[in-house]
Write a protein of this length. Structure first.
Length: 225
């Protein structure tokens, strides 16, 4: 058994007090671990890889809310469009257009978060302020996606002040996002920010959704993915 039940329960009570939603990040972990955490009451799970998500979705309870948190390629949207609950990492207008198209085919509206680039590393994906604005202008035409908020990842560093500054910059963009007309965004909005190593700092900086993997399921047996 690799689910850390004690950690799960203490994190859940901590997050409930702060009104923060927990996405349990189950990438690379077996369906059995997810089933175990489902039995504890968890319903929101996050996955990074399309094929892995599709395989797990097929064998696990149908009322799980699946979050796609990885880098999504346009040609793979069709595989998750029938069931995905929230796509966190939308980082281009083209990807949003494809999600809209696949949502239409499935006769549903798909909830999305726009990923903002806040880290210093060039390798991290995400939009800058100008690209965010360009997407905003396209939204009235995209009738089958609903933009619910923003998502971001901090730099991989031990420097807390740097992480805090990045989180605060994302919070500032989120405040601006909340000023968008309600017609082009959801009423209740989401700021998806914070992982195992920095979720408390993220919440202090205004996050209302955290994505936690290794604290709950144990370390993953490969790199930093
Ligand atoms: C893997 C991953 C997480 C979870 O990371 P942990 O450090 O294990 O909590 C959160 N968000 C994204 C986008 C991820 O890829």
């Amino acid at each position: 058994m690799s689910v850390n039940t004690n950690a799960y329960q203490s994190i859940v009570s901590e997050l409930n007090k702060a009104n923060v939603t927990l996405v349990a990040v189950s990438k690379t972990k077996p369906a059995q671990d997810i089933q175990e955490m489902y039995a504890l009451g968890q319903r929101d799970f996050g996955e990074n890889y399309v094929q892995e998500l599709v395989e797990k979705q097929a064998v696990l309870p149908q009322n799980i809310r699946w979050h796609f948190i990885g880098h999504l390629q346009s040609n793979k949207v069709k595989y998750i469009a029938p069931f995905v609950h929230l796509i966190h990492g939308v980082d281009s207008a083209r990807l949003l257009q494809e999600i809209n198209k696949q949502a239409l085919k499935n006769n549903r509206i798909i909830d999305c978060l726009l990923q903002v680039h806040i880290a210093e590393e060039e390798t991290k994906f995400g939009l800058d302020a100008a690209e965010l604005d360009a997407i905003k202008n396209q939204l009235p035409a995209l009738t089958h996606v609903r933009v619910c908020g923003l998502m971001g990842m901090s730099s991989l560093t031990e420097n807390r002040q740097k992480i805090e500054a990045e989180f605060l910059s994302l919070k500032k963009m989120f405040d601006a996002f909340n000023q968008w007309p309600e017609g082009i965004r959801s009423e209740k909005t989401i700021l998806s920010m914070g992982m195992s190593g920095d979720y408390q700092l993220a919440i202090a900086c205004g996050s209302n959704m955290v994505r936690i993997g290794s604290l709950l399921f144990g370390a993953r047996n490969y790199g930093t993915n």
